[in-house]
Design a protein around this ligand. Structure first.
Ligand SMILES: *[C@@H]1O[C@H](CO)[C@@H](O)[C@H](O)[C@H]1NC(C)=O
Ligand SMILES: *[C@@H]1O[C@H](CO)[C@@H](O)[C@H](O)[C@H]1NC(C)=O
Ligand SMILES: *[C@@H]1O[C@H](CO)[C@@H](O)[C@H](O)[C@H]1NC(C)=O
Ligand SMILES: *[C@@H]1O[C@H](CO)[C@@H](O)[C@H](O)[C@H]1NC(C)=O
Ligand SMILES: *[C@@H]1O[C@H](CO)[C@@H](O)[C@H](O)[C@H]1NC(C)=O
Length: 456
């Protein structure tokens, strides 16, 4: 144990003495927050979030990934009743781990689905609040996927498969706190004056993940009960940005301690399903689950609780127009299968992006983000090209856009059929009327993109 503490301390000591090229960051938020976000992240726009763990075995509850806490922490009636009805007296949460078999887990199949979704990055739960590590962590006793359950390095196998797909980045979700870890409970009882859990569990494991899997993104979570000084977050991030093997490309979010989110770190997640009403002044990401209620798989989910494809596309387009990234979540089943329903949604999003991705990837918010002149329209832009994304097909062939200012060079096409220029006339003082194709192109989802070149 002492060696673990030494390991963490040594690691951060290195920060002070090693020298590298370029800017070095200091362990305070002013310095950490000044790091420019690696560009790949903003260009990627679309990611897939994957919640998988022991919680996928009961696969039940208001949100399944919180099952243990709902059952044994909050004693929520629904989960308590579920256990009484379906499991023998004395059955513990740890017993579920033996049922986490992952027998059908084919990481290449997953990676193929993620690529087909049009996503450019994947964020996988290395460890959720239950503390079960989906990799062979030496700091996690028997509570990891190599010693118990799948007997497999799930993180490593998925990382390898995802990286075989060109253009797909691999990221890891990591929960700082663990509901029932004895050292965490001890630190909490001390009012977070002691940091045993941090130095013997959280930080060694974070460092281990970085060194072993070199994730391109760290999606931190479970931070809110304790201040960032308890987690030694700025010290960790200074090491990550200055001296880790992933310092040049790693992207992190903003959940690094109570009060951090929406304020500090890399990009902002803010609250789950963050839905700003106007253009934020900082790079952000909306995470959203296809199963609206749960991040982990729920065996009791119903079709009407799932986002349908038009809803997903509407949400994604809104997020990108407001400068965000869209991280769409699925919860695989304990046996390693991705529900064909989730798969269908993901492939549907990919089909839509196959036609319309030019308006999404690497785009920037335009000076006006959206308008409702005739049908809801969101704008994105690239250099002198503006994309008007229509979420409904206009009932009138003469379609009004109010914001763009045309010029003699203005050229309008629809991405479904870019070879046919569309006729348009400008309206005063700004705007234009576009003569839409008289047959609605069949959208592999819902939403069409007008490409407006030569407008300001
Ligand atoms: C953790 O942070 C405290 C200050 O908050 C600092 O004194 C200590 O050296 C840090 N430990 C490590 C290992 O970074
Ligand atoms: C943070 O670090 C920077 C760079 O070393 C330093 O200039 C600044 O004074 C520090 N800020 C605080 C609040 O400690
Ligand atoms: C999912 O939740 C969002 C709000 O976060 C809501 O707008 C949408 O209608 C919901 N979809 C379903 C299928 O419940
Ligand atoms: C258009 O109006 C609807 C309904 O008020 C609103 O939900 C939507 O966000 C608006 N779209 C834009 C692009 O402003
Ligand atoms: C936009 O302009 C930059 C240079 O200003 C150029 O490198 C880039 O390729 C352009 N992008 C597109 C999509 O034309």
């Amino acid at each position: 144990m002492t060696s673990l503490i030494l390991r963490s301390l040594l690691l951060f000591a290195v920060v002070a003495i090693s020298s590298g090229n370029g800017v070095r960051y200091t362990a305070n938020w002013t310095s950490i927050d000044s790091r420019p976000l690696p560009v790949w992240y903003d260009e990627a726009k679309i990611g897939i979030f994957v919640h998988w763990g022991v919680f996928s075995v009961p696969g039940y509850g208001q949100f399944s990934e919180w099952f243990w806490q709902s059952w044994k922490g909050a004693h929520r009636a629904d989960e308590v009743e579920f256990m009484k009805k379906n499991y023998p007296v004395g059955f513990t949460y740890a017993d579920f781990a033996h049922e986490f078999k992952a027998q059908f887990f084919d990481p290449d199949e997953w990676a193929e689905i993620f690529e087909a979704s049009g996503a450019k990055y994947v964020v996988f739960t290395s460890k959720h609040h239950e503390g079960f590590c989906n990799w062979p962590s030496a700091d996690s006793w028997n509570w990891n996927s190599m010693d118990t359950g799948p007997h497999r390095d799930l993180v490593g196998d998925l990382a390898a498969a995802v990286r075989k797909r060109k253009g797909l980045h691999f990221g890891l979700y990591h929960s700082l706190y663990e509901w029932f870890h004895p050292l965490y409970l001890k630190d909490r009882a001390s009012g977070y004056k002691t940091q045993e859990f941090v130095f013997r569990k959280a930080l060694p494991e974070l460092v281990n993940l970085v060194m072993t899997y070199k994730p391109e993104l760290i999606w931190s979570d479970g931070d809110w009960e304790a201040p960032d000084t308890y987690w030694n977050s700025t010290e960790f991030l200074a090491w990550l940005y200055n001296d880790s093997p992933i310092k040049d490309f790693v992207v992190v979010n903003d959940r690094w301690g109570n009060g951090c989110y929406c304020k500090h770190g890399g990009y902002y997640n803010c609250a789950d399903r963050f839905t700003p009403g106007s253009l934020p002044n900082h790079k952000w990401e909306k995470c959203q689950s296809i199963d609206n209620r749960s991040w982990g798989y729920r065996r009791n989910m119903k079709l009407i609780e799932l986002m349908d494809l038009p809803t997903i596309i509407t949400d994604m387009v809104y997020v990108v127009a407001l400068g965000g990234n869209y991280l769409l979540n699925i919860g695989p089943m304990e046996d390693g299968m991705i529900s064909p329903l989730f798969e269908e949604r993901l492939r549907g999003m990919g089909a839509w992006l196959g036609v319309n991705g030019e308006a999404i990837y690497s785009s920037k918010p335009w000076r006006i983000q959206g308008e409702n002149t005739t049908v809801p329209v969101w704008y994105t832009s690239k250099n002198n090209t503006v994309y008007a994304i229509l979420l409904e097909w206009p009932s009138n062939l003469l379609f009004d856009l109010a914001a763009p200012k045309t010029s003699e060079a203005t050229h309008v096409t629809i991405l479904d059929d870019p070879s046919v220029p569309l006729k348009w006339v400008s309206t005063a003082p700004t705007g234009l009327v576009v003569l839409m194709p008289d047959i609605m192109p069949v959208s592999p989802g819902q939403g069409w993109v007008l490409k407006l070149e030569g407008v300001v």
